[in-house]
Design a protein around this ligand. Structure first.
Ligand code: BJW
Length: 225
């Protein structure tokens, strides 16, 4: 069985990472959604760099949860028949043991040099304008896909969705495209596991409503028998 799993911020919520729309607060007086844009970066690069530096640092204080571990177990069982697509920029899937994670919105632990167009693993800060390890210019930005930018690896995702038997959406609000449209692109059955039904959910199964740490391991157990 070929499965495409899409994860959103909800899968990392119980690890202690705040979701976007539940954040309920401001970052230095700004809505986080307004900070994640190329316009915000052009207006005030220091503010945007501090936002991502803080989130990158926060990764060291959290651990993957039972939902991340269950998806790693699913990959062990299915191999190439599973495509794990995440909108999350954290590394909790990898730390749980998933080896092939498709980050369509980029990664906190990568920096992109807009001078030489190279990408580098990055675990430190960027607000202090460090030099690019490749070209030496101080042109490093977070390797994150902001609004208006093109998500990564969409050809791979579209191809997998067209061939899948099952598409599973976990912990995403379904308000950000193109991920919000995956449910319509999927050739196979669809399933949503979420604390609250997503924006586009018309036939949400109430038995699949709850925290990811409960629902995802239960679904993986059900599937693997
Ligand atoms: C739990 C839980 C628990 C909580 N257990 N669950 C008008 C119409 C249509 C589209 C557009 C439009 N105007 C503009 C657009 C396009 C735009 C867009 O979608 N805008 C919308 C706001 C309307 N999209 C883009 O610009 C994208 N690019 C694009 O479309 O390019 C064109 C193109 C596409 C394809 C091919 C070729 C070209 C880029 C989008 C980039 C999004 N970037 C962000 C920020 C960067 C990353 C970061 O800083 O971290 O990505 S926005 C932000 O939202 C982040 C997330 O990945 C993304 C999705 O959020 P997510 O994961 O759904 O989180 P929340 O907080 O929204 O929801 C949490 C969920 O968890 C909820 O459902 C809870 O119930 C659940 N939950 N606790 C289980 N314990």
């Amino acid at each position: 069985m070929r499965i495409v799993v899409l994860t959103g911020a909800g899968i990392s919520a119980e690890s202690g990472l705040t979701t976007f729309r539940d954040a309920g607060g401001l970052w230095e007086g700004h809505d986080p959604m307004q900070v994640a844009t190329p316009e915000a970066y052009a207006d005030d690069p220091g503010l945007v760099q501090r936002f991502y530096d803080a989130r990158r640092a926060a990764l060291a204080r959290v651990e993957p949860n039972a939902a991340h571990h269950a998806l790693a177990r699913l990959e062990d069982a299915l191999g190439d028949d599973l495509l794990l697509v995440t909108q999350n920029v954290d590394d909790l899937h990898e730390r749980a043991g998933s080896r092939r994670v498709h980050h369509i919105h980029g990664r906190l632990q990568a920096a992109w040099c807009t001078g030489c167009d190279e990408r580098h693993e990055w675990h430190g800060t960027l607000a202090d304008e460090p030099p690019c390890p490749g070209c030496g210019a101080s042109d490093l930005r977070p390797d994150i896909v902001w609004f208006g930018e093109v998500p990564y690896g969409m050809d791979v995702v579209e191809d997998a969705l067209e061939r899948c038997d099952l598409f599973v959406s976990i912990g995403t609000s379904g308000v950000v495209y193109p991920a919000a449209a995956f449910v319509h692109w999927a050739a196979g059955e669809t399933l949503e596991l979420n604390l609250e039904p997503s924006a586009g959910a018309s036939d949400f199964d109430a038995s699949r409503q709850g925290p990811a740490t409960r629902l995802v391991p239960a679904w993986v157990d059900e599937l693997l028998g």
